[in-house]
Design a protein around this ligand. Structure first.
Ligand SMILES: Cc1cc2nc3c(=O)[nH]c(=O)nc-3n(C[C@H](O)[C@H](O)[C@H](O)COP(=O)(O)OP(=O)(O)OC[C@H]3O[C@@H](n4cnc5c(N)ncnc54)[C@H](O)[C@@H]3O)c2cc1C
Length: 431
């Protein structure tokens, strides 16, 4: 089997992994990013989601994350170098009600990531179309990660590994304890419909068409109408599909993907037939992948809880700031996208130790599968928070290589210092 050696291996090039790989390479250590898709960006590019949530503290409008997340917006020409508040961003890309910012073109994010990876090529390389599928361990350390790609099975030996697969695949295979909620949030297939002529009557009519289709047994569950015009005035972006399943089970994930695609086409056909605004429309695309909200989360050496959010518990080793509301999606048909209190916390600390799994010394887990309770992670899972956690993991993995330590034994306060020097937070307290 072919063997590749690197200092830091980042598994999964989504929100967390993209930031982790860049942060590690910037520290001057040899970094390799592995991504199963033919592009980086995760939910943004693989599912088509344009939202940068977790950037803005809704009540005050100030940014609670800067660093690489803000750099992405700058590189896309959407934020000025000194942007610090919601009003420093283009008004048409802001939804003040949610404290949300959306990028105008998700495909451009693929190009941005390719460009940034090339710009860091002295220390960073990437293998797309490569699926992490197993690990080798010895004495509580990962000695190799196995990847399947066009070369066949490839062994990658890394000093430090970052699991940013969203599903804690690497942590799970390495024997680190993790949990899955029995009621995991549903998956959603996003899709886009072109040549729509929007009007006010469209929303109730679109909703009624979904209710009728659901009653007629054409669509098991939905949220609706989940109809947004984020990209163009005549282009609908829809997040109305809702499929309960376990995305860590290959057969169930396949079932969900097929159901999501079928539901997307059902919704499109129902609207085209019954809602005049969609009479001349056409379905542009689904996916490319179904969106996965919720699977494994590691049981790390520290765990973010709802009480931490509610009491704004401070951590000396905070490496990121969260701010999104408790955004828990129901598995069944409902009017609202979320269920529960939708509690809006004040900006809160996320400790470095929520990235450290138990039992594996040279592994960090960043992104939605970091260590948090089910409810707390409904806030910390959003895109920009995931980027901040990824940046922290990248800095930490590089520091571990430089100091010949393992990531699990590093003092999070040192990582915080480096992040602060890079203007990457945490920014829990107002500045
Ligand atoms: C339908 C949906 C809607 C959402 N809406 C919003 C929203 O409006 N705003 C918001 O901020 N957040 C939203 N979220 C949440 C947010 O997008 C995710 O929680 C966030 O992307 C987490 O980042 P991540 O890096 O952990 O995962 P991802 O961005 O999903 O990245 C994981 C990456 O790992 C790769 N990967 C996975 N397994 C492997 C493997 N074995 N080998 C190699 N590569 C692998 C994937 O291809 C992917 O690129 C939504 C999520 C979903 C599913």
């Amino acid at each position: 089997m072919k063997t590749i050696k690197t200092d830091v291996l980042v598994c999964g090039g989504g929100c967390a992994g993209s930031a982790a790989a860049l942060a590690s390479a910037r520290s001057g250590v040899k970094t390799l990013l592995i991504e199963r898709a033919g592009f980086a960006g995760g939910i943004i590019t693989a599912v088509g989601l344009p939202y940068f949530d977790g950037l803005i503290d809704k009540p005050t409008g100030r940014f609670v994350v800067r660093g690489i997340a803000l750099e992405f917006l700058r590189e896309l020409g959407l934020a000025k170098p000194d942007a610090k508040r919601i009003d420093d961003l283009p008004a048409h890309l802001i939804t003040k009600y949610w404290g949300s910012v959306n990028i105008p073109n998700t495909d451009e994010f693929k190009l941005l990531m390719d460009g940034l990876i090339r710009r860091h090529s002295e220390h960073l390389s990437v293998l797309y179309h490569s699926l992490v599928c197993d690990v080798e361990t010895k004495g509580g350390l990962i000695t190799a990660v196995i990847v399947a790609n066009k070369d066949g099975l490839v062994r990658i030996e890394a000093r430090q590994v970052i699991d940013s697969t969203g599903d804690a695949d690497v942590a799970n295979w390495a024997g680190a304890p993790s949990e899955k909620n029995p009621e995991m949030m549903p998956l959603t297939m996003h899709f886009r419909i072109g040549n729509v002529t929007p009007n006010k009557e469209m929303y109730p009519a679109a909703k009624q068409a979904l209710v009728d289709a659901h009653k007629a047994g054409k669509m098991p569950e939905f949220y609706g109408p989940g109809l947004i015009f984020a990209f163009a005035k005549d282009e609908a972006y829809i997040h109305a599909t809702r499929i309960a399943g376990d995305a860590t089970d290959a057969a169930d994930l396949t079932r969900c993907e097929m159901q999501g695609r079928q539901d997307a086409w059902t919704i499109f056909r129902e609207w085209k037939e019954k809602v005049p605004a969609f009479k001349d429309s056409y379905l542009i695309s689904t996916g490319p992948y179904i969106g996965i909200r919720d699977t494994r989360r590691i049981l790390g050496v520290e765990r973010l809880t709802v009480e931490d959010l509610q009491t704004c518990r401070r951590h000396d080793d905070a490496v990121a700031t969260g701010c999104w509301f408790l955004d828990l999606h129901p598995r069944k048909t409902s009017d609202k996208p979320f269920t529960g209190s939708a509690y809006q916390p004040l900006p809160y600390d996320i400790s470095y130790r929520t990235l450290i799994p138990q039992k594996v010394g040279n592994l960090l887990v960043a992104g939605r599968c970091h260590s948090a309770t089910h409810l707390a992670s409904s806030s910390s899972r959003v895109t920009v928070t995931a980027m901040a956690l990824g940046e922290a993991a990248g800095v930490a993995a590089a520091l571990a290589c430089e100091t010949k330590a393992e990531v699990a034994t590093l003092d999070g306060r040192k990582i915080r210092e480096i992040l602060s020097r890079r203007d990457a937070g945490p920014f829990t307290d107002a500045r």
